[in-house]
Design a protein around this ligand. Structure first.
Ligand code: HSE
Length: 429
């Protein structure tokens, strides 16, 4: 019987506690599947006295995660603390320097330092696995790295922040404004300590950049992800988009084009009857497209104790089985530096504006759009309590973002557009 695989768990919040719980309750199952025992040697967290509803009495305690990472009786350093800098980074570096394998749920750390960490680990023959860092319980890293390893990946898409999806779908179902639902989400404990990580699209952008690295064999380039959060989405937009057959999602899209790597995490419209359009509440969905396999849709819980701990355990079990995969699916030293490309492929756009309700107003807008080469596909004008204002919604045929931006910048000069026009890309999914 091989020696037990010994874990050191840094972080005993929701995820760390979940990992302890699975190791304890599924010890026999894990041993059957890996042919060896997986045990916990030591743990570390900010507070030793907090009541955690799991029995930690059999494990050594370290106040300092760096000391935990260096312990002789730890083979795998499990980092479930979070944060791109500070102690999470120091402890992960210490674990690699001490020759440990690393299992991490830390998307921010890997998005910012994944290349250097992977090179350091691989130079020593050690692995960093991070299934829990992207889309919680959905095994998307393994799907890309292993299941789709024989495909050239065409596109990676997804809703990867459950909090944003909760806010957008709750606004729609309850007819509530953004600020009120944001507050609800805060009270439910859904928001990160820094809510901008969620609603600013940063957390989801971190995840997209990690998937893009695996999908396209490129160095993680989070700084090149075009980011826009959901703060400007109004209940009006959600309602009007619904009238036209669309849902608004904070959608990540990564694809390699002739001009370079496009990565964006922005609000988009998707058809209401598509799998992405039907994603409600805090659930995540990742869509992967490969040249041979076609399209795959993965859906599941993107956060929470059980789902995230499930993903951590999948990495631990992979290591216990003796599978040694490169962090990003190929040796880190062979990943190429991507050329960042701004999304330029034409797409239909949704435009919403308020017009002065007087003769010729719509014609002036249509003229500007026409002069910018933008063709109108569908249009709707709504009745309004104030008869001097006409809310108008336009869905365009495919056009470039530059054309839309240029047209929007010309609208104030028409003298008939009463508020800043909103534009949102419609994604074909
Ligand atoms: N805050 C994230 C979400 C989970 O709402 O999906 C952790 O990445």
């Amino acid at each position: 019987m091989p020696e037990p695989l010994r874990l050191g768990i840094a972080g005993l919040g929701t995820v760390g506690t979940g990992v302890v719980r699975i190791v304890q309750t599924h010890a026999a199952l894990i041993e059957r599947r890996t042919g060896r025992q997986v045990v916990i040697s030591a743990v570390s967290a900010r507070s030793r006295t907090r009541n955690r509803a799991v029995d930690l009495s059999g494990y050594a305690w370290e106040d300092d995660p760096v000391a935990l990472a260096r312990r002789e009786d730890v083979d795998v350093f499990v980092e479930v603390m979070g944060g791109s800098e500070g102690v999470a980074k120091a402890a992960t570096e210490a674990a690699i320097a001490a020759g440990k394998d690393v299992v991490s749920a830390n998307k921010a750390l890997l998005a910012h330092h994944g290349q250097a960490l992977a090179e350091a680990a691989e130079a020593k023959g050690h692995v960093i696995r991070f299934e829990a860092a992207v889309a919680g319980g959905i095994p998307v890293i393994k799907a890309l790295t292993e299941g789709l390893a024989g495909n050239e990946i065409r596109r990676v898409m997804g809703v990867m922040n459950g909090t944003c999806n909760y806010i957008l779908t709750r606004m729609e179902s309850a007819g509530l404004p953004y600020d009120q639902v944001f507050e609800e989400a805060r009270q439910l404990g859904y928001l990160e300590a820094d809510p901008n990580l969620d609603v600013g699209g940063i957390d989801a952008g971190h995840k997209l950049s990690l998937l893009a690295a695996i999908a396209f064999g490129t160095r993680v380039s989070f700084d090149a992800v075009e980011l826009e959060g959901i703060g400007r989405i109004s209940i009006d937009d959600i309602r009007r988009a619904g009238d036209m057959g669309y849902k608004i999602k904070l959608l990540g899209v990564a694809q390699m084009t002739g001009r370079g790597l496009e990565q964006r995490m922005t609000p988009c419209l998707v058809p209401a009857d598509s799998p992405l359009g039907q994603l409600h509440g805090g659930t995540n969905m990742v869509v992967l497209e490969g040249d041979s396999v076609g399209q795959i849709v993965l859906r599941g819980a993107g956060a929470g104790e059980g789902p995230t701990a499930s993903a951590v355990l999948s990495d631990v079990i992979e290591i216990a089985r003796g599978t040694r995969l490169s962090t990003f699916g190929q040796p880190a030293a062979t990943l190429t530096e991507p050329v960042a490309a701004r999304a330029a492929a034409p797409a239909p756009y949704y435009l919403r504006m308020e017009l002065a309700d007087k003769p010729g107003a719509l014609a002036k807008v249509a003229t500007v759009l026409g002069e910018e080469g933008i063709s109108i596909d569908r249009m709707r004008q709504y009745a309004h309590a104030d008869s001097t204002v006409a809310p108008v919604l336009i869905v365009t045929h495919k056009c470039t973002r530059d054309a839309v931006s240029h047209a929007l910048s010309r609208l104030p000069a028409t003298g008939v557009v009463l508020s800043e026009a909103v534009s949102i890309r419609i994604e074909s999914v």
